[in-house]
Design a binder for this molecule. Structure first.
Ligand code: K7E
Ligand code: CUA
Length: 664
């Protein structure tokens, strides 16, 4: 049984009403799971003990600031990768080495809101090398190395506010983009200190193109394009025939600065912005544009020093489309578009107007013809606006309510999520015909088909990421788990297979065959290549040194002891640095380190790595430390003591580095 659509019109009032109904009336639940899930669904998601999942699924953690990794089809949580938020479990953002990853021009920022994981691509196909993800609140983009499943670099985006339209990639990851959600005043202090009411005159938007170096993964901003003051929401690169272009959904073309709920919903159409990035790249090469103030940090993780390195940039290259006709165009798009998705052929661009009762599909070919024929209906703040009819491939009529995002399979079909009517609708891109629809539980945001925003979707599944779970799981107090739902798309009809809870709030997600990721896995770091300045590469190097008020402990860990394990001569008022090197050279043997009264976190140190915990003792006494990761049968013996004496004490600094391995 299909869930009936509650409403078919998309006026503002109806959308609001529908939202309330869908989300507040248990009676609206259209059907039970029994009638939706067929008998053999379980066998399709069953991954037997000891077997691997077929796909990795990289899911944004939303307000957790992290990236979660699940296996598909099982829905098993494999890892949470700390990205923009401190993580006491691993020490990320707490250890001395990792703190730098979270440094920005605003200082140390230990949290962000991350929405869109995007896998790096080669020839338009995800390659399993990196996963990018955006930080919204303090505009940043992170690059996660899929060899280590660790955050490898983070770049801050200046002249941006709310980095939502990000970090979508070009076909060879030459660039990932960052479109600002909020327009803001830019420039010097005097230029930025303006009345909010002067929005139209003094505010500007930007879209930035960030270049990751192919070898190192270090990121820098190649150029930034200034735009009229509007809001950017999402984006995708062109491919195939549209390679060299980038498309951004824009809302608030009303240029409102207050009560956006109403004031930014006035116009029937907003825009998709088309950017000729090849042209922008060429202009930048020719030395066009100007450098404008825009302090920003680029942080990078060095796998040899096991430490972060930071480059601070003071300015950024900006290109003004007014000086370069042909750089950007607007295509009218009904109404407050959210998703902006390009089909695998690169011929079509789908704009999902949250308040629209249809889905417009734009033709890249027609767009080019309209540009050549100067087929414009006018301009918006000096930028040409192409005629809607001239660039339109066609419209999907009455698809559902509140379209948000679209992904594709390899057979010419699109899958669009509908937040308000809470469903996925499958339709044919060429013919614009609706083929199937399934309810989601409830209020789907993004959705994901493996490879579904690339040139070669792997298909097989569509996964819904839902905002509201209500009655799907055991209740857990006021906050309920958010949820993913796995559907098979192998047949003509979508088939619900599985629900699985997710951490944080899932927004976008991507999935890739595990075989593209697995071969790159780093099993441990070579101790010979450890260039950490405080590394102790063997127990003979274990020692304690005093530099004024700082006490540096060069500590090693190996099953099942620390060297040194007894330390004396530390005084109240000292700052103690435990530099712990894990000497293991074997896969999956981290050691942990925790000391009583530590005000930050533990450390979890990978084999061959050195990490540092800063500890400022608060009282006199003997304090224990221990390994937090159950590493061997004698893990519970992996412990030691550090003695803290009064500030005026004469106890000499000493460390017991006797070791069973040294035969002492
Ligand atoms: Cu639709 Cu931030 Cu991509 Cu969430 S956004 S749903
Ligand atoms: Cu090392 Cu437990």
């Amino acid at each position: 049984m299909k869930r009936p659509l509650l409403f078919t019109t998309g006026t503002l009032a109806f959308v609001g009403l529908a939202f309330v109904l869908v989300n507040s009336l248990p009676g609206c639940r259209p059907t039970t799971t029994k009638t939706v899930v067929t008998g053999d669904a379980a066998s399709k998601v069953y991954v037997k003990p000891g077997a691997y999942d077929e796909f990795y699924n990289f899911v944004s953690g939303g307000f957790s600031g992290q990236l979660a990794v699940y296996g598909l089809p099982s829905g098993r949580l494999l890892r949470e990768v700390p990205v923009f938020s401190q993580d006491p479990e691993t020490g990320y953002g707490y250890s001395e080495e990792t703190k730098g990853m979270l440094m920005t021009s605003h200082g140390f920022i230990p949290w962000d809101d991350s929405h869109h994981p995007e896998l790096s691509q080669t020839n338009g196909v995800p390659d399993g090398k990196w996963c990018f993800i955006n930080g919204n609140n303090t505009p940043r983009i992170a690059l996660i190395d899929l060899g280590t499943f660790r955050t490898h670099s983070i770049i801050e985006i200046p002249n941006s506010a709310g980095n939502h339209s990000s970090p979508f990639t070009t076909g060879n990851s030459e660039y990932v983009v960052a479109g600002t959600r909020f327009s803001i005043p830019m420039g010097s202090d005097a230029e930025r200190d303006v009345a909010i009411g002067s929005y139209k005159e003094t505010f500007k938007g930007t879209v930035s193109f960030i270049h990751p170096e192919p070898e190192s993964g270090k990121m820098s901003i190649a150029f930034q394009i200034v735009t009229p003051a509007i809001d950017f929401d999402l984006s995708h690169a062109g491919k195939g025939p549209s390679e060299g272009w980038f498309f951004f959904s824009c809302y608030n073309t009303e240029q409102a600065h207050d009560l956006l709920e109403v004031n930014a919903s006035q116009r029937d159409k907003d825009f998709i912005m088309a950017v000729n990035w090849k042209m922008a790249e060429q202009l930048a090469k020719e030395g066009k544009g100007k450098r404008v103030p825009g302090k920003h940090y680029s942080n990078w993780w060095n796998d040899h020093t096991h430490s972060s390195e930071t480059t601070v940039y003071e300015d950024v290259l900006q290109l003004d489309p007014k000086d370069h006709p042909g750089l950007i165009y607007f295509m009218p798009c009904p109404k407050s578009p959210h998703g902006c998705d390009v089909d695998p052929t690169g011929k079509y661009i789908v704009g999902s107007g949250k308040l629209a009762a249809l889905i417009p599909v734009f033709s890249f070919d027609k767009m080019q013809k309209a540009i050549a024929a100067k087929d414009v209906e006018g301009d918006f703040a000096g930028i040409p606006v192409l005629k809607y009819e001239s660039v339109l491939h066609g419209e999907v009529k009455k698809p559902g309510l509140g379209p948000l995002h679209t992904e594709f399979d390899a057979n010419g079909n699109a899958y669009t999520s509908f937040f308000v009517s809470s469903e996925i609708v499958k339709w044919n891109v060429e013919k614009l015909e609706i083929l199937d629809r399934v309810p989601t539980y409830y209020s789907i945001g993004h959705l994901c088909v493996p490879g579904g925003d690339s040139k070669q979707p792997w298909g097989k599944y569509v996964i819904a990421y839902n905002k509201i779970t209500k009655d799907r799981y055991l209740p857990t107090g006021p906050e309920l788990s958010q949820s993913a739902q796995l559907f098979s798309i192998d047949g003509d009809k979508m088939e619900l297979l599985l629900d699985f809870p997710t951490t944080g709030e899932p927004h976008y997600a991507q999935a890739i065959p595990a075989d593209l990721v697995k071969p790159r896995e780093v099993k441990f770091f070579k101790i010979d290549e450890n260039q950490h300045p405080y590394a102790a590469k063997g127990e003979k190097d274990a020692r304690v040194e005093r530099k004024g008020k700082e006490v540096h402990i060069y500590m090693t860990s190996i099953r099942s002891h620390f060297a040194p394990d007894n330390i004396e001569g530390v005084k109240l008022g000292d700052e103690v640095y435990f530099h712990v090197t894990n000497l293991e050279q074997d896969w999956d043997v981290p050691h942990g380190f925790a000391v009583k009264g530590a005000q930050n976190a533990e450390l979890l140190i990978m084999p061959g790595e050195t990490q540092t915990l800063k500890w400022v003792p608060q009282s006199v006494g003997v304090k224990p430390f221990y390994c937090t990761d159950f590493c061997s049968a004698l893990h519970q013996e992996m412990q030691g003591y550090i003695r803290v004496s009064p500030a005026n004490s004469n106890v000499p600094l000493s460390a017991n580095t006797k070791s069973p391995d040294a035969g002492i």
